[in-house]
Design a binder for this molecule. Structure first.
Ligand code: HEC
Length: 126
């Protein structure tokens, strides 16, 4: 290996350091943008939402028309998309009974899971 080779090695190491720094910087920026830290209950609700609801409410993987409304944080709003008051009871009713193209989830959530889901829908997190 000549002098040139050694130089290249050094340059590669410097690049590595730059890449590392960049990752740390972007991670830090992502952290800044990140939503408020969730409680364990809210985080469980978020997981359930991502598993059971997001593929429709967000990704609309069934290509429904009109697309299912955005409902993250819905319990911080005054009203549900259909104009009913945005209350725990109303959301629970929709989830358990379904609505038009939304299927009923009766029997699919335990009581603590339902409470977790509602807790998540009371956050600004996505
Ligand atoms: C198969 C797709 C689908 C899935 C899965 C789904 N939804 Fe829906 N959801 C819809 C559609 C479509 C509407 C609009 C219903 C309407 O008003 O006609 C809706 C409406 C809603 C509304 C607003 C109701 C209103 O009165 O305005 C809430 C709240 C809601 N869904 C919550 C959830 C939650 C929570 C989950 C997961 C447990 C979920 N949905 C899963 C399709 C879905």
């Amino acid at each position: 290996m000549g002098i040139g080779g050694r130089k290249q090695g050094v340059r590669r190491r410097q690049l590595g350091a730059v890449a590392l720094g960049w990752c740390a910087a972007t991670a830090w920026m992502a952290g800044c943008r990140a939503q408020p830290k969730l409680t364990a209950q809210q985080a469980e609700g978020q997981m359930l939402f991502h598993e059971r609801c997001l593929h429709c409410h967000g990704e609309n993987d069934l290509n429904l028309k009109p697309a299912p409304p955005e409902i993250r944080g819905v319990l911080l709003r005054a009203k549900l998309p259909d104009g009913e008051p945005a209350t725990d009871l109303e959301v629970m009713r929709v989830v358990l009974n379904g609505k038009n193209k939304m299927p009923p989830f009766a029997g699919r959530f335990t009581e603590p899971q339902m409470q977790a889901l509602l807790a998540f829908l009371r956050t600004r997190s996505d």
